[in-house]
Ligand binder design. Structure first.
Ligand code: ATP
Ligand code: MG
Length: 388
């Protein structure tokens, strides 16, 4: 098992030494089999949380009720969770009770997909009761057990299936797919924050448009805010979740209210608003003032949007950047005059005219009607603005 799992291996050995079982489980095992990097290692054990706390001297109790203890003894924090089953999900999203068990197979059985229900011993041996490796080899996402029941228990799993499809370019196994279609409406039970997290992961997936296609085919998208129309996403690709949310808003008629509905942060909202404004400006032959005001990321993102939307512009991105770099000033604060200069030159009192005049000065400089020089700007000011 990989070098970076050294700490995990040490934890397992100590638990075994104390007479209990312990295995690496979940996403780390899946990614190890896929030869993908994953440093987020989870350990499952037959030992009870209190027993783990006796075996190790430095532990953090993060959720004893759910069986999770973080062990700090081995150099880096390692999450250790007692084998458990989850019974009855009356709200379609959280088990009513968590029951600790001493048997690994019981623990693996409660997991969502076969590829996520494998365990790995510290010596590198797989425990794979549900054919996870075989399903990975044939690139299918397959529910553990009866798909209907598993989605009935926790509706989020349906969206996780789509997310894994987008990340791995795996198809969703037929019965699992049919169960999602059947249960799609129950996605409405899931907390919006958790949906936001999964959608964000889809947006930054290697195969995002493939995932959106599943949102459409499973009809999951029909029960969520906004439209998920795969044809809008065919050219899309991004590793930046904010770009993803901006594009999602764009293909929904630049609907910024989606960000509020999905509880995105104010920072996200500001970015999306700016990018969508830049996109509009770009389509209308962006003015020099606009060109000056947008930073490189915003310009680049809005330009990408025109490509993903098959919308032709006269100039290439390189030409746009060259035009920006060729501007007489690169930022409004490079203007050679300030509001104070205007007050000195005029007998007028403070007021909104100052900001307006400074904006006009920036525009005049950008249009090369006047040079960015204090003396010349003073003459420009006297020529165009009566001082009375
Ligand atoms: P990621 O790479 O995104 O972390 P992951 O598979 O590790 O993917 P986590 O949310 O970290 O996903 O969960 C760890 C493991 O817990 C999963 O691999 C799976 O075995 C189990 N699990 C997580 N969420 C669920 C769920 N909603 N229902 C059943 N099992 C789940
Ligand atoms: Mg994980």
């Amino acid at each position: 098992i990989p070098q970076q799992w050294q700490a995990a291996k040490e934890v397992i050995k100590k638990i075994e030494h104390a007479g209990f079982e312990a295995f690496i489980v979940g996403g780390a095992v899946r990614d190890y089999y896929l030869k993908k990097e994953n440093n987020d290692v989870d350990i499952a054990t037959s030992a009870m949380p209190e027993e783990i706390q006796t075996i190790f001297s430095q532990t953090i109790d993060v959720g004893i009720a759910h069986g999770t203890v973080i062990v700090l003894d081995c150099g880096e924090p390692i999450e250790v969770t007692t084998y458990r089953t989850e019974s009855t999900y009356s709200d379609h999203r959280r088990p009513d009770t968590v029951e600790f068990v001493r048997n690994l197979q019981e623990d693996l059985k409660r997991r969502d997909f076969t590829m996520n229900a494998m365990a790995l011993s510290q010596s590198g041996e797989y425990i794979d009761y549900y054919n996870g490796r075989q399903h990975i080899d044939s690139k299918v996402i397959c529910a553990v057990g009866e798909p209907d029941q598993r989605f009935e228990e926790d509706a989020l799993r349906m969206l996780r299936a789509v997310r894994f499809a987008a990340q791995l370019h795996f198809s969703i196994e037929e019965n699992t797919f049919e169960a999602i279609r059947k249960k799609a409406a129950s996605i409405e039970y899931v907390a919006i924050e958790r949906i936001q997290v999964e959608l964000s992961k889809i947006f930054i997936s290697a195969h995002a448009s493939f995932g959106i296609d599943y949102m459409e085919k499973t009809t999951l998208g029909d029960y969520l805010h906004g439209n998920f129309t795969a044809s809008n996403w065919t050219h899309y690709y991004s590793e930046d979740r904010q770009v993803g949310w901006a594009y999602f808003c764009l293909v929904n008629g630049s609907d910024l209210s989606l960000l509020t509905k999905y509880r995105c942060s104010n920072k996200d909202k500001l970015f999306v608003k700016t990018v969508l404004a830049a996109y509009e400006s770009l389509r209308n032959g962006m003015s020099l003032v606009d060109l000056l005001s947008y930073d490189t990321i915003v310009l680049k993102t809005s330009f990408q949007f025109t490509i993903w939307q098959n919308c032709k512009l006269e100039l290439s991105y390189e030409e746009l950047v060259a035009r920006k770099n060729g501007l007489p000033i690169q930022h409004v604060n490079e203007l050679a005059i300030t509001g104070k200069d205007l007050l000195d030159w005029s007998s007028k009192k403070r007021g909104s005219w100052i900001k307006q005049t400074l904006n006009a000065a920036v525009e005049a400089v950008l249009n090369e009607e006047v040079q960015n020089d204090k003396q010349q700007l003073k003459e420009w000011f006297y020529a165009f603005h009566d001082e009375g």
